[in-house]
Design a protein around this ligand. Structure first.
Ligand code: GDP
Ligand code: MG
Length: 338
């Protein structure tokens, strides 16, 4: 079936806007490949693990290294470079120090300890989206500008559609016409419903109408896009609160998920964003986008540690199928290229 046959012009948009965004979302994006999840995640993490491996190898030399203070200091600083966080990096350093001091250590020994320590910090099996007991499940997607919200929404919608669920999107980023156009292009491509509004109209109203339509027309999943905002913009954070309220009025327990999209290439900055959002927006989970472009894939570790919020999905590319469920065991293996 054609993904384009539900084509619809969003309200109040110049055609050039739509064309502009259409060219940003390549047609090939609909083509899924059958690379396994693991291969995909592994190639997404290749920048991080190349870095880690090259550095550890340089540190150890081929014949291994005697563990002393200098070695432990150097090991610590290269672990920190992957943005795995100082807590985990110190734990790894201390364990290597304890187990191997004054003895020779080799690459597999280090990787084993790194893998065990990282694995220990990860939460298991929480990547599922919490579905409504009955009626539509409402998912609100939040984060700073450019983090990957709209793309992640498209990927989620595609995923649900593939599972046979009926999906409606609410174009709640009413700040920029291009944002509505971008989501519309995706919706048309996926073949799912979308509700749009005039530029600069109230995003709360868009959320309200989308949730209402989801109920009235029996949709399974309702995903609401929002404009990028900083955790410090009090009025915009209150606007999120309003969106939450209006959907709660329509549907019991809604929003069922508030997903915070973080940009993995931002490394430690992603952590300060998470700190601001989790409190103010009542986030229930994280989508870590752009892992494929990041050498800081280790950032998953402190995110899980600090916020107790599950990383539900990771973005591993720009195509619709490039959203992987976060699985700690495989992630650790992929991160360390084991
Ligand atoms: P938003 O402002 O948060 O809605 O961000 P967008 O969804 O518009 O994404 C910003 C840019 O990041 C776009 O060019 C996307 O194609 C790109 N992007 C989003 N997710 C990923 C990902 O997982 N991998 C890569 N490589 N690019 C991504
Ligand atoms: Mg967007």
């Amino acid at each position: 079936m054609a993904f384009w046959n539900k084509k619809k012009e969003p309200d109040g948009l110049a055609a050039s806007d739509l064309n502009q965004r259409a060219s940003d979302t390549p047609k090939s994006a609909i083509v899924t490949d059958d690379k396994s999840w693991f291969t995909k995640v592994k190639s997404a993490l290749s920048k991080t693990n190349d870095w880690l491996h090259t550095d550890i190898r340089d540190l150890l030399k081929t014949e291994g290294r005697i563990v002393d203070e200098v070695f432990l200091r150097d090991l610590y600083s290269l672990l920190v470079k992957t943005d795995m966080g100082t807590t985990t990096a110190s734990k790894i350093r201390d364990r290597i120090g304890h187990d191997y001091r004054a003895r020779k250590v080799h690459m597999p020994d280090i990787l084993r300890v790194v893998s065990e320590e990282i694995r220990e910090t990860m939460q298991d099996g929480q990547s599922d989206i919490k579905l409504a007991a009955s009626g539509p499940t409402v998912i609100l997607v939040v984060g700073v500008n450019g983090a990957g919200k709209t793309t992640s929404i498209a990927k989620l919608a595609y995923r649900f559609t593939q599972q046979g669920k009926r999906v409606i999107l609410g174009a709640g980023d009413t700040f920029r016409a291009a944002a509505v156009a971008q989501l519309t292009v995706w919706a048309n491509r996926i073949g799912c419903e979308i509700l749009t509004a005039e530029q600069n109209s109230d995003p709360g109203a868009v959320a309200f109408r989308t949730a209402k339509k989801a109920v009235d027309d029996g949709f399974d999943i309702c995903i609401i896009d929002t404009a990028g905002r900083l955790q410090t913009q009090v009025n915009l954070m209150q606007q999120l609160e309003k969106i939450r309220r209006v959907v709660a009025k329509q549907i019991d327990d809604a929003p069922h998920e508030v997903l915070l999209v973080l940009d993995a290439t931002a490394g430690q900055n992603a952590i300060s964003q998470a700190r601001g959002f989790t409190g103010a927006a009542g986030c229930t989970g994280i989508i870590l986008a752009k892992l494929d472009g990041s050498a800081k894939g280790g950032v998953v570790v402190p995110i899980q540690q600090e916020f107790g919020l599950p990383v539900k999905f990771i973005g591993v590319g720009e195509s619709l199928s490039d959203l992987a469920e976060f699985q700690p065991e495989q992630f650790t293996k992929a991160l360390l290229d084991l």
